[in-house]
Write a protein of this length. Structure first.
Length: 228
């Protein structure tokens, strides 16, 4: 029988060329291979950062590849990519995840076991925190100007019958620049909610400067009396 096959190949060389030749073996994916493939996506990560105009400066990419249906290759493998940026940017993370998955699908590797890789990409230079703005120096003149600017609101807190009155407010300013009403010489005939209104209004005031210690001052508000 063998001599018949040899004779056929001798007289029909085309049959020899049609014989089965084994395909080139596909290399099985290793952790080193996966790490190299993921690290090659630096350009894709930079492209994502440009498209979404991100403020993140670092993106951590974790990749796990598990075998799919046989014969398992990267094309049909189960590829899981998780991305965590700092600070967090969901749009950037989604773009990088899709880019890495798509790049791996087109690589020619067999997948016989679960393989993992982790890569950190620098997206941009880390931004330095803004320098704290220095508060202007404290001055009693500023505190008095702030109180005078609220005179009309303070006057509306009082509903005084009769002749014009002058109301004296005793105010403290704490170390944060916040005003606190300590006492008020409310004239007779003022509305019953006058003190509460004055307290709220004074408490809403602030100075830009910060005193080194608690400061007290007296402020007088001219109130026009209403007609009987």
């Amino acid at each position: 029988m063998r001599w018949l096959v040899a004779l056929a190949l001798l007289f029909c060389p085309s049959l020899a060329s049609a014989q089965y030749r084994p395909a080139d073996p596909v290399r099985e994916l290793s952790s080193g291979d996966l790490h190299r493939l993921v690290s090659q996506q630096r350009g894709a990560v930079s492209g994502c950062a440009s498209r979404v105009d991100t403020g993140a400066y670092v993106a951590d990419v974790r990749t796990v590849v598990r075998p799919g249906s046989r014969p398992s290759t990267l094309y049909n493998a189960r590829i899981s990519v998780s991305v965590r940026s700092r600070p967090r940017d969901g749009e950037l993370e989604g773009c990088v995840r899709r880019a890495v998955q798509d790049a791996l699908r087109h690589q020619r590797y067999a997948v016989g076991r679960a393989v993992r890789a982790q890569q950190t990409f620098q997206v941009a230079e880390r931004r330095d925190p803004p320098e704290p703005r220095l508060a202007p120096p404290w001055s009693m003149g500023e505190a008095q100007r702030v109180l005078r600017s609220a005179d009309s609101r303070l006057a509306r807190c009082l509903d005084v019958a009769g002749v014009p009155e002058q109301v004296t407010l005793h105010v403290a300013i704490d170390r944060t620049g916040r005003f606190v009403l300590q006492n008020a010489d409310i004239p007779p005939g003022a509305g019953r909610d006058a003190l509460a209104c004055l307290t709220r209004t004074v408490g809403s005031l602030r100075t830009r400067g910060r005193p080194e210690r608690r400061v007290r001052l007296t402020h007088r508000v001219a109130v026009r009396g209403r007609a009987y």
